[in-house]
Design a protein around this ligand. Structure first.
Ligand SMILES: Cc1ncc(COP(=O)(O)O)c(C=O)c1O
Length: 492
């Protein structure tokens, strides 16, 4: 056993997740193709990665140009760069210690960027005040979320902390809670209503958790990952009212707030501040946003932020202490956050290009979500709710009895077996969903890829799915015929 495993007994208990196993199978197939193996496809298409750049999305020119000038200040004099790019780069450098992106920043982030974020939030939330002291920059929203979960887990008493968590949820969330020893208290989203959140389900989940854990927070993802559901004002108000009398803290992941195409995004903070004082002055709310999934799609630069409102001052002190352990988010990421929350304005030299790039990315996403929804709903046994935002679709699939039996024999989940076969036969990687009980399973598809790749992947999916259904219905037919023959013989 390695010394690291001895240090952390949790590592010993860790198993490779189905998601990781599918990814390594995809990598193996890709390698085999590179080495000349003959397959019916030339490349593996990955429909699981929520990473926009990996999926082929182009970076936003304004962001890269400003960062280039910040990293190589001689470009500040290069007139081939637009004037607003050079001015912004200079003013960002002025806010860094030593005028350099190479200097550490305060642990909660550069004061200038926190201020820009607070101004953006105030604009976004129709004047609900936001203060830079409540904004914490971290190396991605996952890091900020982990920090909050760590804080919750370190509460007093023997009873473990619980977090009310949607089912389905982002596939990384259960592992994150488990890692911190927090109990996941599941509340089911309602598929028939486009994966809406039902208040009665929150009450049911809370009641069911009694005696097992101390539920101290409710987690929501809006727009929903991986459902694509966007909550309306009424639904958000219900969660806030629930949070006043129940688990006091609301954790609201809003990383896809810029990718809403079938609805209007309303933030939790905005709704909270438009409610009665009894709520707006007491419900603790932490909202997360990210550079990775927002309009920038720059996950590799590692930056995100959270805004905490109505937080106990003692807790905010701890947040600062814990952020200090993390040193600070990468400076280039922090600067890119400034560009995300304060983009070029009409009249600026970069405005037209910036607007065109943003609109084009959003149009592609919306087109892809619509197209995938259409194809998925045309396949036998599949049903997909329309996505209103985000980058995922989450279709349900009723699998043939034969594949369920095979999965049981092999000791794998049926949807994982479906994904494995699909990957091996057609070279498309899709994610297996969480099993919600019953005989229906789900797939997780990210629609960030370029439209022609998506079209190709959907063609391969249709052909695989129809073949599978056909193959197993033939087996089913043969089995029924054998059974009825046996019955006839035993009667005669
Ligand atoms: C599925 C998924 N993708 C991407 C993100 C963004 O993560 P980060 O901001 O750390 O890059 C999240 C955040 O929770 C997520 O759940």
């Amino acid at each position: 056993m390695s010394s690291l495993q001895q240090v952390n007994p949790r590592v010993r208990g860790m198993r490779t997740s189905p998601h990781a196993a599918l990814q390594s199978l995809a990598a193996r197939i890709t390698q085999e193709i590179t080495q000349g193996a003959q397959r019916s496809f030339k490349e593996v298409i990955d429909l699981t990665s929520g990473d926009p750049q990996r999926a082929g999305m182009k970076s936003i020119s304004f962001v890269r140009q400003v960062l280039a000038a910040c990293l190589c200040p001689h470009l500040l004099k290069d007139t081939s760069l637009p004037l607003d790019v050079r001015l912004r780069a200079q003013s960002l450098l002025d806010s860094c210690d030593g005028g350099s992106v190479g200097a550490y920043t305060p642990s909660a982030g550069l004061a200038r960027v926190r201020q820009s974020i607070a101004e953006f939030l105030t604009r976004r939330d129709a004047g609900a005040p936001s203060y830079s002291r409540d904004v914490y920059i971290s190396a991605g929203s996952q890091v900020a979320l982990m920090l909050l979960v760590k804080l919750l887990a370190s509460g007093e008493g023997e009873t473990p902390t619980g977090v009310l968590t949607p089912v389905p949820s982002p596939h990384t969330l259960p592992g994150l809670l488990d890692e911190e020893g927090v109990t996941l208290v599941p509340y089911r989203l309602t598929e028939e209503r486009g994966w809406a959140l039902e208040l009665s389900e929150l009450h049911r989940a809370l009641k069911a958790s009694r005696g097992h854990c101390n539920p101290r927070a409710i987690y929501v993802s809006n727009p929903g990952i991986p459902t694509g559901h966007v909550q309306d004002r009424k639904s958000i108000e219900e969660v806030i009212r629930f949070a006043l009398t129940n688990p006091s803290l609301s954790l609201s992941l809003q990383v896809y707030q810029d990718s809403v195409f079938g609805s209007e995004f309303v933030s939790y903070k905005r709704v909270l501040f438009q409610m009665d004082k009894v709520y707006s002055e007491s419900v603790e709310l932490v909202s997360f946003h990210s550079l990775s999934s927002g309009r920038m799609g720059e996950g590799g630069l590692r930056a995100g932020f959270m805004e905490a409102v109505n937080m106990d001052p003692e807790v905010t002190r701890y947040v600062h202490v814990m952020l200090c352990f993390d040193i600070s988010a990468p400076v280039t990421g922090q600067l890119a956050l400034d560009l995300m929350v304060d983009p070029p304005k009409p009249g600026d030299a970069s405005y037209d290009t910036y607007t065109q790039e943003i609109l084009s990315a959003r149009a592609t996403l919306s087109h892809n979500a619509q197209r995938a929804w259409q194809i998925l709903n045309g396949l036998p046994g599949m049903s997909c709710q329309p996505a209103m935002g985000g980058v995922y679709l989450y279709p349900s699939v009723r699998l043939p009895a034969g594949i369920l039996e095979q999965a049981e024999m092999l000791g794998v989940e049926p949807d994982v077996l479906y994904c494995q076969r699909f990957l091996q036969e057609e070279g498309v990687l899709v994610g297996a969903g969480l099993h919600h009980g019953g005989d229906t399973h789900h797939l997780r598809l990210c629609v960030l890829v370029p439209p022609d790749s998506l079209e190709e992947a959907l063609t391969r999916l249709s052909s695989f799915h129809l073949r599978l259904v056909d193959r197993f219905s033939q087996c089913e037919g043969q089995r029924r015929a054998r059974n009825s023959q046996r019955e006839d013989l035993s009667v005669s």
